[in-house]
Design a protein around this ligand. Structure first.
Ligand SMILES: NC(=O)c1ccc[n+]([C@@H]2O[C@H](COP(=O)([O-])OP(=O)(O)OC[C@H]3O[C@@H](n4cnc5c(N)ncnc54)[C@H](OP(=O)(O)O)[C@@H]3O)[C@@H](O)[C@H]2O)c1
Length: 334
């Protein structure tokens, strides 16, 4: 494989950022884009040229030129679209939230594993230099024994508000859309919580407009996490322990975050600076997928499918506590 040939399934907002970041990856090229509406695919391809422009997802998965497909539809459709790609032998990078629930995620993972086809959740934060640095700082013992995480993610959607955010049929609500980032941060640094306390404020459509979570661990460690569509919050995070604290500034989950380190004394701080690459930051996960494919891997060793299932299970547990159900929880045909 010289260059990895990418196809994009669904030409929405995130697909544009992803397509823009492909330019920062030397061994990747965009060869095909697909929309349910050919006019949308053509307009996308005017900005991000591709050899193949399709007016259906079926045509994309049948395209012999494509090595791997980036699934960028709403989370309600990740299960259907990932299965479609895998059943046509295509490797998949699937946006977060990976699925609506663990049942769907398990089906996606089982199909990929049974067919020995690469599948990964596009949890891009896992591949960002500042997040990797935080892991290294924890491993070096810079905060001592970890005691907790405080993280929030809040934004007030601009008009016109995307239907996806509030529509239960599209997996709307804060938890699966943005709450997943604080949950990922806590779980990836502290482990799977032993107990979850949570509450939500429902929107008029019944999905969570705000979600408050406390993850408790047997060793006295606690994560306090929050997501909202009601206000533009700082969207920052603290990871603290017996010897110090790491602060990730706005926005903690993306490359704009800086790392501040407090060594445990009164406000004694240093800033850990990392050089930032141009682009949105999706190039890091894109490069990783390319390396996996070139090495014949069917799972990422960095963000494994078991990591994805474990994250999905925790999201299910939170939803159970807050009483948020989607039709996919009872309708097993979707
Ligand atoms: N990693 C990140 O930083 C990040 C950021 C934002 C969003 N996301 C994730 O990416 C996914 C898409 O988010 P987005 O903000 O790009 O959404 P969006 O702008 O609404 O785009 C989603 C696209 O999915 C396609 N689609 C297929 N079936 C659909 C249906 N029944 N209803 C509506 N659209 C449908 C449409 O594309 P066509 O009409 O072209 O087929 C639509 O444009 C979500 O899962 C979200 O959580 C990730």
């Amino acid at each position: 494989m010289a260059k990895i040939k990418w196809g994009i399934l669904a030409c929405g907002k995130i697909a544009k950022k992803f397509a823009a970041d492909l330019q920062w990856v030397d061994d990747a090229e965009l060869v095909a884009v697909a929309s349910r509406d050919i006019a949308n695919a053509k307009s996308f391809a005017e900005e991000f040229p591709a050899k193949h422009i399709f007016g259906s997802y079926q045509e994309l998965v049948a395209c012999k030129d494509v090595d791997v497909i980036y699934v960028a539809s709403p989370h309600s459709h990740h299960h259907e679209h990932t299965l479609l790609c895998l059943n046509h032998g295509k490797a998949v990078l699937c946006e977060k939230a990976f699925a609506i629930n663990l049942r769907q995620a398990n089906e996606m993972v089982q199909l990929a594993r049974s067919k020995h086809i690469f599948l990964m959740e596009a949890l891009w934060t896992r591949f960002l230099p500042h997040y990797i640095k935080v892991r290294a700082m924890l491993a070096e013992g810079m905060i001592g024994e970890p005691k907790g995480v405080l993280a929030n993610f809040g934004f007030k959607p601009n008009e016109p508000v995307s239907q996806r955010l509030y529509d239960p049929a599209l997996g709307g609500g804060t938890l699966l859309d943005i709450g997943i980032y604080p949950v990922f941060l806590a779980q990836s640094l502290l482990g799977v919580p032993d107990k979850i306390l949570a509450t939500m404020d429902p929107s008029s459509t019944g999905v969570d407009e705000q979600c408050s979570m406390i993850f408790q661990y047997k060793n006295g460690v606690t994560a306090t996490l929050f997501s909202t569509f009601e206000s533009n919050l700082e969207t920052d995070a603290d990871i603290f322990g017996t010897k110090g604290r790491i602060r990730l500034t706005n926005r903690f989950y993306e490359p704009s975050a800086t790392i501040q380190y407090y060594n445990g004394g009164v406000d004694t701080r240093s800033i850990v600076s990392l050089e930032r690459e141009p682009g949105w930051g999706y190039q890091h996960e894109i490069r990783h997928v390319g390396e996996c494919l070139k090495n014949g891997l069917t799972e990422s060793p960095v963000h494994s499918l078991n990591d994805t299932l474990s994250l999905m299970q925790t999201l299910d547990r939170v939803r159970e506590v807050i009483g948020l159900k989607y039709k996919q929880d009872s309708d097993f045909s979707s």
